[in-house]
Design a protein around this ligand. Structure first.
Ligand SMILES: *[C@@H]1O[C@H](CO)[C@@H](O)[C@H](O)[C@H]1NC(C)=O
Ligand SMILES: *[C@@H]1O[C@H](CO)[C@@H](O)[C@H](O)[C@H]1NC(C)=O
Ligand SMILES: *[C@@H]1O[C@H](CO)[C@@H](O)[C@H](O)[C@H]1NC(C)=O
Length: 234
């Protein structure tokens, strides 16, 4: 009896002392005809974020095809929720639907315009740098995503900043959540460093939900809410 208890204590201590046995998170695969190229093996995964915001578009006229003009999103840390990474980690099914669940259940965490126009307040688009609660889980604030004045997709994570250039894209799987307006999920992307980034060399946008453009009904700007997982390697 005593021997058994000691054995149990010994293995419990071993388990607590070996946090490094967790397998490293694997970039989600699209399941379609083509996958995004995986990052170079000499890079490591730095962060996994839930991005939640808007994709911006402009329409030249009714019936025109909307042109993408940028995006704005709050970024929340979800790395600890990857299956097997922590006591509160999600199971695989809940991990894969986290972006859809957030978009479906929570208001866009931006200061949206209040004058009836689409999009966010141009001066102060971001809400407070606090956690987002989804499915009862607090997702800590991680940073901001926006397009800078030169139109470069930017991820500001405080001590790290990434200026991206699109290297590749694949359509979201047909099973992806098409968003509250049913417009469809934005493509999965691989972004490379423009050369000005600090601490991050590649960003992947995966497990997207919503965000594709509405049909153009008039000339002007438009926005569609979206969520995505962003994986950062450096
Ligand atoms: C990773 O390897 C590539 C060549 O394959 C090299 O250009 C790059 O500088 C390396 N990055 C780091 C962080 O070592
Ligand atoms: C759309 O996104 C761009 C790029 O981040 C941003 O500068 C602009 O303010 C946004 N426009 C609206 C209407 O939200
Ligand atoms: C559309 O948005 C751009 C900035 O994203 C702004 O400069 C322009 O004035 C907006 N157009 C209209 C019609 O609101």
């Amino acid at each position: 009896m005593l021997a058994n208890s000691l054995l149990f204590l010994a293995s419990a201590t071993l388990a607590l002392a070996s946090p490094c046995v967790r397998s490293s998170p694997v970039l989600p695969v699209n399941g379609g005809a083509k996958e995004l190229a995986t990052p170079p093996s000499n890079l490591t995964l730095k962060h996994i974020a839930l991005g939640f915001g808007i994709q911006n578009y402009t329409c030249a006229s009714a019936g025109a095809t909307a042109t993408a003009t940028g995006a704005l999103a709050m970024l929340y840390d979800i790395a600890h929720l990857y299956p097997g990474q922590s006591r509160i980690a999600l199971d695989n099914a809940d991990w894969l639907t986290l972006t859809a669940d957030a978009l479906d259940s929570q208001a866009v965490p931006l200061n949206l315009k209040t004058d009836g126009e689409p999009g966010a307040d141009p001066v102060n688009p971001f809400t407070a740098s606090t956690a987002l609660t989804v499915n009862g889980l607090d997702l800590p604030f991680l940073g901001h995503h926006y397009f800078n004045a030169a139109g470069v997709p930017t991820f500001d994570l405080g001590s790290q900043i990434f200026f991206g250039t699109k290297l590749d894209s694949v359509a979201a799987p047909s099973s992806a959540y098409s968003g509250p307006d049913g417009t469809g999920a934005v493509a999965w992307l691989q972004l490379g460093d423009t050369g000005a980034s600090v601490g991050i060399s590649y960003v992947y946008r995966v497990l997207t939900a919503g965000g594709n453009a509405h049909t153009c009904t008039e000339a002007g700007n438009d926005s569609t809410s979206y969520t995505a997982q962003y994986w950062y390697y450096g």
